[in-house]
Structures are given as C-alpha cells and as structure tokens.
Design a protein around this ligand. Structure first.
Ligand SMILES: *Cc1c(COP(=O)(O)O)cnc(C)c1O
Length: 387
C-alpha cells in the first residue's frame, strides 16, 4: 500500500466488521470493564506486549487507531501519544536520562527543548552538549557516557539538513540511539526510521491535525528502542484525549493533498521572494543554494509551507516588525501547519553557531489561501517599509 492510500485505509477500526461507520468509533473511557477476574488478569498480561483495552489512561480504541496509522506511515514498531509535541520530546530525554549521562543535541533543535536541558537535566547532573545543526561534528563530540543523540532535520527556523544515514552509522557504532524531531516532514515527506533513526517524534499539533485546533505529540520507535521506551509514559501517567485523537485522525485523511498544496504555494512564494531586493537570504531547503540541499533532495519527498527570510543590511528589527504588522492575510502567532498563513519576527535559538550579527528574520507559514492574494499582501507590506 502506498503512503497516500494508507492515509485513507489505515486506522479506521475493524475493517472486517459486517456493518460499520467510515470513521473509527470515538471511545471515551476511564474505567474499562472485564467480564470476570480471569479476563481482567489476562488483559493485564496482554497489555505488556499488545495494544489492548485495560484502563482509559492507557488509551482507548480511538487512540490505538492513530498509533497504528502513524506506525504504518513511519515504518515504526509502536507509537505513544502525548498531550503536546514538547511533552513527547521531554519524555524521550527523560527516558534516556541516568546518573552521569551525556546527551548530544543538534543546534537547530526546537527552541523549548533547551529549557528542559537548562532547568531540568542540568539539575539531575545530566550533561548536554550541542552539535552543529548539520551534526557534522558528531564523531568528535561523542563520549563514553553518551546515551542519546537528539536531532532535528530540517531544523527549526533555518531548516538545516542532516545526513541521517551517516549520523546513524556513527551513533550506532558507539551503541547510541538516535532520535529525531520529524515535525517538519510529519511522517510523510521523510521517514527517518527507514534511514536508520531509532525514534521519530512528531508534533501532531502541526500538519497531522492541520487545522490549528488541537495539540498533540507522538513518539514512534523501532522495535529495539520500544523495549526501552515502552513503560515510562505509562508509569508517569501520560495520556491523550480520544477527542483530540479523533481530530488528528480526521486531519490525517487529507495530509497528502494539504502538504503538497502547502509545498506548491511555498514554491510560488519563494519565486516571488527571490525578486525582492529587501531580502538577503531565503531559507528554503528546495533552493539549490540551501546548505546540504542535495541531501534534502536525496532523502525527502517534499518540503512544506515553511519559509524564513533574512532582510538585507538596510533593515532592522523594527522594520521587520512593521512588515509583519502590515500583513493582512498572514497572522501573527506561534505554531504552524494549519490551513492559515502566519508570519513572525524571529531569532533562531542557536548556541554552536553565532547568528547574533544576522537578521532580522521573518518566518512564514504559507497557508492554503490563493497565492495571488498572499503575494499581493507581501508586496504591499514590502512597500510600507521601502527605503
Ligand atoms: C511546534 C513544535 C514542537 C512542539 O509541539 P507542541 O505540540 O506545540 O508542543 C516540537 N517540535 C517542532 C519542530 C515544532 O515545530
């Protein structure tokens, strides 16, 4: 089955039922009932290895359908749902935390991960080193106590690209598992587990839900790392609302057409942005000038709706703020992956590379509006800050 068909035919409940609805049942539950004590005990055993009903917090039939669908897409063994993408990333870090552990994290990681490192991991005595955004310095930074490599590719805000098969080969030769934040490709345009990565983390908040009305995170593991990861989320009482799961499943049915539409519109907007003399740099991995563009093309089936621009030296932070304030169809707001366009003045959080003398930067999420309207909107905003 091709991925596009999986989106339509997987995760839809019992396909052999004689009578059924198109969509899986929305099952809300805390208590699950068992017909007798022996059955209860049987399911207590079963749940150690299989996805079966046992208690609402362990997931209901609705949750299981989303887990199945995302595992099918990512080529994973099992998936665990979390209330947010950040909670999913936090649990991955926590799972590999141990006394005197050392973690390596790439410089372009989703910004709030740094807060977990600074506020929590440090306190636990866990040492964190950051790698270059493209992870090219991994070999020299691995230590004997390195327990996890967490990366993101394309990276947050500037879309730096990592050669994942190469990174995994090095990591695995030292017995270190590799986790990736795969939110950019959302399990569709890149399947990192197929390139050797052990754990894929996706903020379903973004493209999987696609409608800016739900937050959720998903961790997808290969079989080996699932044995490590299996128990902790349950031990900590993490759960996800079946209503939210239902919304994500509903969003995913149109993931293929939405992602391709975001990409096509972003391509058109990039062509327009190339003509603007206000801009010094366009960050978009499909551009030949983008660092590691050939690796992006080799491993990815597409880009998404994210574009970041850097204004030229004539423009300062206030000009960038005026620019986004003048936009009519691009709204200001965190997150992305919904149907609507967004624009935010931003600074890439990096510590290995120094971007302090660069910018100002504006990050766009290109939504599903008509690109003619979006281009006209950008044009009028550029006119307002003309120098
Ligand atoms: C948004 C985002 C997250 C966090 O997702 P939330 O559901 O908002 O917590 C994680 N990683 C990346 C790359 C993101 O863009």
């Amino acid at each position: 089955m091709k991925p596009k068909t999986k989106l339509i035919h997987q995760g839809r409940g019992d396909q052999n039922a004689e009578v059924r609805s198109v969509n899986p049942t929305l099952m809300r539950a805390s208590t699950i009932l068992f017909k007798d004590h022996a059955t209860w005990q049987k399911y207590k055993e079963l749940r150690k290895s299989e996805r079966v009903l046992s208690y609402g917090a362990r997931g209901t039939a609705t949750n299981f359908e989303l887990e199945k669908l995302i595992c099918e897409l990512e080529g994973g063994y099992r998936a665990q749902l979390f209330p947010t993408g950040l909670a999913a990333l936090a649990m991955v870090l926590l799972n590999y935390a141990s006394k005197n552990a050392h973690f390596l994290i790439t410089d372009a990681i989703y910004g709030p991960v740094r807060t977990i490192c600074d506020k929590f991991l440090k306190k636990m005595g866990i040492e964190v080193d950051f790698l270059k955004a493209d992870a090219s310095d991994v070999e020299e930074k691995i230590k004997t106590n390195t327990k996890l490599i967490l990366c993101e590719s394309p990276g947050s805000i500037l879309y730096e690209i990592i050669d994942l098969p190469k990174l995994c080969k090095i990591a695995h030769s030292h017995n270190i598992p590799v986790a990736i934040d795969n939110t950019y490709s959302s399990g569709y345009f890149l399947n990192p587990l197929k390139l050797g990565v052990d754990i894929s983390v996706i903020a379903a908040t973004k493209y999987l839900s696609g409608h800016s009305d739900v937050t959720m995170g998903i961790v997808i593991c290969n079989q080996k790392e699932w044995q490590n990861f299996n128990e902790l989320p349950e031990d900590f009482g993490f759960t996800t609302s079946p209503d939210d799961v239902y919304l994500v499943l509903r969003g995913m049915r149109t993931l293929d057409i939405r992602m391709k539409a975001h990409e096509k519109s972003a391509d058109e907007i990039v062509e327009f942005l190339k003509t603007r003399k206000e801009i010094k740099t366009i960050f978009y991995p499909k551009l030949k000038s983008h660092p590691n563009h050939e690796i992006f093309i080799r491993d990815h089936k597409g880009s998404n709706g994210m574009i970041t621009i850097e204004f030229n030296d004539k423009y300062n932070q206030n000009d960038a703020i005026t620019f986004v304030d003048c936009l009519k169809y691009f709204s200001i707001g965190a997150s992305w992956g919904g149907y609507e366009s967004l624009a935010t003045v931003t600074t890439p959080p990096r510590t290995v590379s120094d971007w302090s003398h660069r910018g100002p930067f504006v990050r766009f999420h290109i939504g599903l509006e008509d690109t003619k309207d979006l281009i006209a909107d950008l044009e009028q905003a550029f006119e307002k800050i003309k120098k």
